[in-house]
Design a protein around this ligand. Structure first.
Ligand code: AMP
Length: 283
């Protein structure tokens, strides 16, 4: 194996020794949790962290507990050497890359089960998902003990769930949300975009166009139900195989949207062939 272009920790003990040194030096530390297969969206999180922190740790761990048996855990793209090169170029200081046995040793039997922001939307279609995310992120926060962790708004419900967990469990770090990075045609960057065929890739930006339209129509007073139903019909007519949801929610609580209340968010999940795309946009 070629020498990685950036230091890599593969055990909790090694990670704690390295981060402990920085902590004793008084460094401000950021964590960027990822599943690898990095793209410019992930790298934007590293850059944002760099603005306020002296040291940036990026974790790369494809977390088995957030995939259902029918999902793509075994085929999820793994591009570790390229990820390390990108992170080195972005001035990241350390890659935290535990194996599954390091993260979940023999006898591991604890799970955090978030409610509140985790209810509905993704949970209606991936009921195992947020329990897996919550548990692994709590572990990552306790392993790295960062001052901040940066998450993308691309996974908007996930960001809300993480904020809730940190608040509810008094975890001593700040969560920072980062804007969604998009391709030139509006498609939100995602590790799973590489599953798309050339035809599907041409159709995929429709997801962003329809939610932008829902946001405009709701702003102009059209009912949420009508705007969402039209968006789902447009996706189906455009070649999407199945629509999990098009929904408008309160951006802070993810409860049903009240136009007279706080800011709203349009969220979508839809299947294009074998690929599930998610996206969201502010109202
Ligand atoms: P993942 O590797 O897909 O689990 O994502 C790791 C982190 O990167 C999460 O906080 C995501 O929300 C964030 N992320 C993924 N795609 C994007 C994007 N297009 N723009 C900004 N952040 C993103």
């Amino acid at each position: 194996m070629p020498t990685p272009s950036i230091p890599v920790s593969a055990t909790v003990a090694d990670l704690r020794a390295r981060v402990g040194t920085w902590r004793r030096e008084g460094r401000r530390i950021a964590l960027i949790p990822t599943m690898g297969a990095l793209h410019e969206g992930h790298i934007s999180l590293v850059r944002l962290a760099r603005e306020t922190c002296d040291r940036v740790v990026t974790s790369i761990f494809v977390n088995p507990t957030q995939f259902a048996p029918t999902e793509d855990f075994s085929t999820y793209p793994r591009t570790f050497d390229d990820d390390c090169d990108q992170l080195a170029r972005a001035d990241c200081n350390l890659v935290w890359a535990p194996g599954v046995r390091e993260m979940y040793p023999e006898g591991f039997a604890t799970r955090i089960v978030p409610e509140g922001a985790a209810e509905g939307l993704e949970t209606d279609f991936r009921p195992h998902f947020f329990g897996g995310v919550a548990t692994v992120c709590a572990k990552l926060f306790l392993q790295v003990a960062p001052d901040i962790a940066v998450f993308g708004e691309k996974d908007f419900q996930q960001l809300a769930v993480i904020r809730q967990i940190v608040r509810d469990l008094d975890l001593p770090l700040a969560i920072v949300g980062a804007p969604t990075m998009r391709e030139a045609d509006g498609l939100a960057m995602s590790s799973r975009n590489r599953y798309l065929t050339a035809d599907e890739r041409r159709i995929a930006p429709l997801v962003h166009r329809v939610i932008a339209e829902v946001a405009e129509r709701v702003k102009s007073g059209i009912s949420v139900d009508a705007a969402c139903a039209d968006a789902a019909a447009t996706l189906t007519a455009g070649g999407f195989r199945s629509i999990d949801y098009v929904a408008v929610r309160d951006a802070a609580t993810l409860k049903p949207y009240d136009p007279a209340g706080g800011a709203g968010r349009v969220l979508v999940a839809a299947w294009l062939g074998k690929t599930r795309l998610i996206d969201n946009i502010a109202i």
